[in-house]
Design a protein around this ligand. Structure first.
Ligand SMILES: Nc1ncnc2c1ncn2[C@@H]1O[C@H](COP(=O)(O)OP(=O)(O)OP(=O)(O)O)[C@@H](O)[C@H]1O
Ligand SMILES: [Mg+2]
Length: 382
């Protein structure tokens, strides 16, 4: 864990031919930036442009060329981000049909992977409700995404495990289809799964243990303690190591033609008042749960990497009551969180909330891919 924290601050952003923007430039507040406008005006796109520059890809549309404005040959995103003292210049250029080009301070990256993680961001969009509603794979991805940001060995273990798992499954299928069996070759893949499987389990368990109190505290603050929440990590590996699991499930695996047990079956359980939030939580309770998970993710990344991520909060007010909205805004505008980018279709709700809190707020009014105003600044309630 790091002692000295770096706060990531986006100072400016410009977009050319990005989605419905022909050309737009923004100068940001170091605290709260709010985008207001009608449906389809381009609010979420600004948040996604910031995410794009952090992770070299869109959060919402992974097909790069579909983010280029209709019928245009290229797009460009540029930002100045303060990390250590001077601002870093981030630049993403994409010509349709060509490889995207990513530069930091005018220097092109050899591998985009070298950029990812340097400028952390946490995005919360309405689609993220899948984290609660969908199957366990989404939640394993959530765990993997966070742990991989600070543990390189974890990421390598995941890649090794998934490769070996696929080979083992191919072999099991081959045995069944050809009515043959060779224990030696199966053992060879078992031994490739053992070390990464055990390491992933150990790191997931350690992560959930330290993540839980952070999550509980944030949830308590947003909900005002109205419901009791808990998360726990379910895994066959709590009781047995990967080697034993593969050994004992060998005949079931042959029957099923795939590897039936292991860390690829782990689950992260989300409970509310002792029951799964997926089945028993109301829509507002599910949304609150999701918000607390994402804010805890931000705090956790900061503790693990020493860098405070920017928070991208898209349409978060839907379904949550006024009390929770106020508690949430109060929480995110305190020093604990980094720079905030937030969208709303109501033009007055966020300004009045932040006026009451006294945060440095800049409001951007968006209409059909155009910034209508030079940003309005409201500092400390004035
Ligand atoms: N490649 C593209 N070229 C041109 N326009 C696009 C492209 N991709 C998406 N759009 C349009 O960009 C607009 C902006 O979308 P965005 O999601 O940013 O809107 P929004 O303000 O967040 O709306 P909402 O309030 O409904 O969430 C939409 O009208 C969308 O149809
Ligand atoms: Mg939107």
């Amino acid at each position: 864990m790091f002692e000295i924290f770096v706060v990531l601050i986006y100072q400016s952003l410009s977009l050319v031919n990005f989605r419905n923007y022909e050309e737009a430039s923004f100068g940001f507040s170091p605290e709260v930036n709010c985008f207001v406008g009608d449906n389809g005006s381009g609010k979420t796109s600004v948040l996604d442009a910031i995410y794009y520059l952090c992770f070299c890809k869109s959060y919402l549309n992974p097909i790069d060329s579909q983010n280029v404005r209709y019928d245009q040959p290229f797009m460009m995103l540029q930002a100045t981000v303060q990390k250590h003292g001077d601002g870093d210049k981030l630049h993403l250029g994409l010509k349709v049909g060509q490889k995207k080009q990513f530069k930091r301070n005018d220097k092109e990256y050899g591998r985009l992977a070298d950029h990812i993680g340097r400028y952390p961001a946490v995005f919360l969009t309405p689609n993220d409700i899948d984290l609660i509603k969908e199957g366990s794979e989404v939640r394993r991805k959530f765990l993997d995404g966070i742990i991989s940001q600070y543990d390189r060995k974890y990421l390598d273990s995941l890649l090794d495990y998934n490769r070996a798992l696929q080979q083992r499954n191919n072999l099991l299928r081959f045995f069944a289809e050809n009515r043959t069996y060779d224990e030696e070759s199966l053992y060879a893949w078992d031994s490739r799964l053992t070390a990464p499987g055990d390491y992933i389990h150990q790191q997931r368990a350690a992560f959930v243990e330290s993540f839980t109190p952070v999550f509980n505290e944030i949830h308590q603050q947003v909900s005002g303690g109205a419901e009791e929440v808990s998360l726990f990590y379910e895994s066959e590996l709590h009781a047995h190591a990967t080697e034993e699991i593969l050994e004992s499930s060998r005949s079931a695996d042959r029957q099923a033609r795939r590897t039936t047990q292991g860390i690829h079956k782990d689950e992260l359980c989300f409970n509310i008042n002792g029951h799964p939030v997926k089945r028993y939580g109301s829509q507002g309770q599910q949304k609150t749960y999701l918000i607390a998970l994402k804010l805890a993710q931000s705090t956790f990344i900061e503790q693990a990497t020493g860098v405070k991520p920017v928070l991208l909060l898209d349409d978060i007010f839907d379904k949550i009551d006024d009390k929770r909205v106020a508690a949430l805004m109060e929480l995110v505008s305190r020093q604990d969180f980094g720079q905030i980018f937030i969208t709303d279709t109501h033009s007055e709700r966020i300004p009045s909330l932040f006026r009451a809190i006294g945060a440095d707020l800049r409001i951007f009014k968006i209409h059909q891919g155009t910034l209508l105003n030079e940003a309005l600044t409201e500092s400390n309630g004035t």
